[in-house]
Design a protein. Structure first.
Lengths: 356, 380
């Protein structure tokens, strides 16, 4: 029998009690305390025990009540009976944390799936046109920051002919806003609101009009599937998710690099756009092999570091990974379909000179 | 009965000691690791563990404080605030700026409105966090509490922000006394109340001293910059200053003086923010802490805190260096230093009948500090 201090959780008075180890638990009484029995399993340590400090014990029998045991020998014997009192590692807290972490991980996975996969693809088709127009305008202004829109009249009209040719195959194609910008990086991208941007460099590198037509058809594929809208929704959702995780509400998709990242679609989206491009070209009797040629130009570009102001843009029309796969999937025009040139030599020249 | 039995209900004087326990470093490292592994979600549990450690080092008459809060409670509180407040607000702002463009006046108006709402909630965040911490602090099996209204406190807090702006700071002592009175009078330990009675008058001499010292440093700083600039270029100080404020479009290449001016200005700003301003205001803060303690009683016992400007500066500099050189990882040690500072300098005069204190009857809230976490109202 040893002395200990007991706080009953009702008043701040300390009660001197006599402790006794019994089969299955701890019993004590004394100084205004009627006989108590705390089973070993119901005991919990308040804190990790420091050397020389008394053992402080709580019990689920009386929430809030505390036993303070100064007798080291008794404490050691008690810990032998109720090892959880050692307080070495707070497994209970860790279990709780682990449970919550697992729960959160599951919730994040579900939320992530909804945010990344499910919602953007569907919501993209429900967005009001005014919103898409507005966002597309601003995205274009931001991505082409400061660059000159090329407006050579003959070139613009040649571009119209090119788009018109593809539109013949797709009666449901909404009106497109296609602009060539004087940007020295080879690129093309689609934005919300049926906007498509092609860079001067891309046209300059293309060997013939059909190659540019292939790229345009690919971007039209993105437009038809509303990939840019979905990408933006996805980014916004991800941002929300991250801010929910970290408790912060910082960083916005403002920078061109950020936007470019948003416009970097998944492989499935690229494959989808490629398939639409080949389909459009086939229906309009445009040589699909030109699209393949363009990919081969891109392949040669790979590995070159991107630098300068437009470095961030460079990856928007990313060829990694699987360019070869994409090339292999492009089928030639079926037998019996003779390719018809898209532009006359004069028109093609005008398009090449659109920025002059 | 053994001879250790004391007569029941004898008033006793209270003595506060900080008795450091080993293990804070280990706790800090484990917390940091788990914080990274769980993508910061562990922060709620980490904060609870650190409080448990630091609280248990505070001994009053030989019995340690006990922190009974749980990480899951903090986490749930933060989740609620996120879904009730931040998610809807975030969606509305995103929607409006997407619809009208980020530069549209509607977006600015909305942001001002949100700023206003958050300012109104700030005091409530502080009050509710204090309520949670009081209710999770236990000594001799008895827990603390905070009664009173978070709404009234929050409105007072908002009013104090407005008044401070309007009076160029001179309302600060009055409003701080008001806020402290509301907070202290709402505080309980078991069934006993804390009381705060006092006026702001005695705070004004040191407030005035700090205010005018600040003004002096500001003016001196401007002249110092002018002097530095003029040393590197012909022309009067006044000319330099007026040149700057007229904002003539000059490039720093063409005018070396402007370059020096900008460097000097930047240096002065850094010095002002991190050195002069806190150092000067430590005089007032020390006075306020000591005076607020003098105004505070618990069940007839009188608090004293021997706070001085130099010791506060020492505390702040140490804490600052700790945080800077460990990239914030040493936060638990900052908490420990701060609590230890208060324990070492706090005395309680007069005797209290400790044994007669009964348990608090205030119901325990199940979640904690959601707003305070979101707003990063982080004193403890």
């Amino acid at each position: 029998m040893v002395n200990a201090l007991f706080f009953d959780g009702q008043t701040a008075a300390d009660h001197h009690v006599q402790l006794q180890m019994q089969a299955g638990g701890l019993s004590f009484d004394g100084d205004g305390v009627v006989q108590q029995f705390w089973p070993f399993g119901a005991l919990a340590a308040i804190e990790r025990r420091a050397a020389g400090a008394p053992l402080r014990v709580a019990s689920s029998v009386i929430p809030g009540a505390r036993l303070v045991i100064h007798d080291n020998d008794f404490a050691a014997r008690l810990i032998a009976q109720a090892p959880q009192l050692e307080g070495r590692t707070d497994f209970k807290a860790m279990k709780s944390a682990a449970k919550w972490t697992a729960g959160i991980a599951a919730a994040i996975a579900v939320a992530g799936y909804i945010v990344v996969q499910y919602v953007p693809e569907h919501l993209a088709f429900l967005l009001p046109d005014s919103w898409r127009t507005e966002v597309g305008l601003r995205t274009e202004a931001s991505l082409t920051d400061g660059a000159r829109a090329c407006e050579g009249a003959a070139g613009v009209s040649a571009l119209g002919v090119m788009a018109g040719r593809l539109a013949e195959a797709e009666p449901d194609l909404p009106p497109l806003k296609i602009t060539v910008y004087d940007i020295p990086v080879m690129n093309a991208f689609a934005m919300p609101g049926e906007r498509i941007v092609i860079t001067r460099e891309l046209i300059a590198r293309a060997g013939r009009a059909e190659q540019v037509t292939g790229v345009l058809a690919h971007e039209i594929g993105h437009v038809l599937k509303r990939h840019p809208e979905a990408g933006m929704l996805r980014a916004a959702g991800l941002q929300l998710l991250i801010s929910a995780l970290t408790g912060g509400s910082n960083s916005t998709i403002g920078s061109a690099a950020g936007l470019a990242a948003v416009l970097r679609y998944s492989r499935e989206a690229e494959a989808e756009a490629d398939a639409i491009a080949v389909d459009l070209m086939t229906k309009s009797a445009v040589d699909t092999m030109a699209f393949r040629e363009f990919f081969e130009i891109l392949l040669k570009e790979e590995g070159k570091p991107s630098t300068g102001v437009w470095g961030g843009l460079d990856s928007a029309l990313s060829t990694h990974p699987g360019t070869q796969e994409r090339i292999d999937r492009i089928k030639p025009l079926p037998d019996g379909v003779t390719p018809v040139p898209v532009l006359t030599e004069t028109q093609w020249q005008a398009l090449r000179d659109i920025c002059k | 009965m053994s001879d250790t039995t004391l007569p029941a209900s004898a008033p006793e004087t209270l003595r506060i000691d900080y008795v450091p326990r080993p293990g804070l470093l280990r706790l800090t490292l484990v917390n940091t690791l788990l914080w990274a592994v769980t993508l910061t979600v562990y922060r709620f549990w980490a904060r609870s563990n650190v409080r448990r450690h630091v609280w248990s080092s505070v001994h009053i008459n030989g019995q340690p404080l006990e922190y009974t809060g749980k990480g899951s409670e903090l986490f749930k509180g933060a989740l609620i605030v996120f879904f009730v407040l931040f998610l809807p607000v975030g969606l509305i702002v995103a929607g409006v700026s997407a619809a009208y463009g980020p530069d549209h006046p509607a977006v600015a108006a909305l942001q001002s409105l949100i700023f206003l709402v958050f300012s109104l909630l700030w005091g409530a965040a502080i009050f509710k966090a204090r309520r949670y911490q009081m209710s999770r602090t236990q000594w001799r099996g008895i827990r603390g509490g905070l009664e009173g209204s978070a709404t009234v406190y929050s409105l007072t807090y908002f009013g104090s922000l407005l008044a401070r702006g309007i009076t160029l700071g001179w309302s600060t002592p009055v409003m701080n006394v008001n806020l402290q009175e509301q907070m202290t009078d709402a505080m309980r330990f078991g069934d006993r109340k804390f009381r705060f009675r006092g006026r702001a008058g005695p705070l004004y001499p040191s407030y005035a001293l700090c205010w005018f010292l600040t003004l002096f440093f500001l003016v001196a700083g401007i002249f110092l910059i002018g002097w530095i600039t003029s040393t590197f270029q012909d022309g009067a100080i006044g000319q330099q200053i007026s040149d700057f404020f007229e904002l003539e479009p000059r490039s720093t290449d063409g005018n070396p003086a402007l370059g020096y001016f900008i460097i000097a200005m930047g240096l002065l700003l850094v010095l002002t923010y991190f050195v002069f301003y806190p150092a000067v205001w430590a005089i007032y803060t020390a006075r306020e802490i000591a005076q607020f303690a003098n105004y505070t009683t618990f069940d007839g016992a009188q608090f004293r805190i021997d706070a001085t400007a130099w010791s506060l500066i020492g505390l702040a500099v140490g804490n600052f260096l700790l945080l800077v050189f460990t990239l914030g990882i040493a936060q638990p040690f900052v908490l420990q230093r701060t609590v230890r500072y208060l324990c070492d300098r706090m005395t309680i005069e007069g005797a209290i009948d400790v044994d007669a204190i009964r348990q608090s009857q205030q119901p325990l809230e199940k979640t904690g500090e959601g707003l305070a976490d979101a707003f990063d109202v982080s004193w403890f």
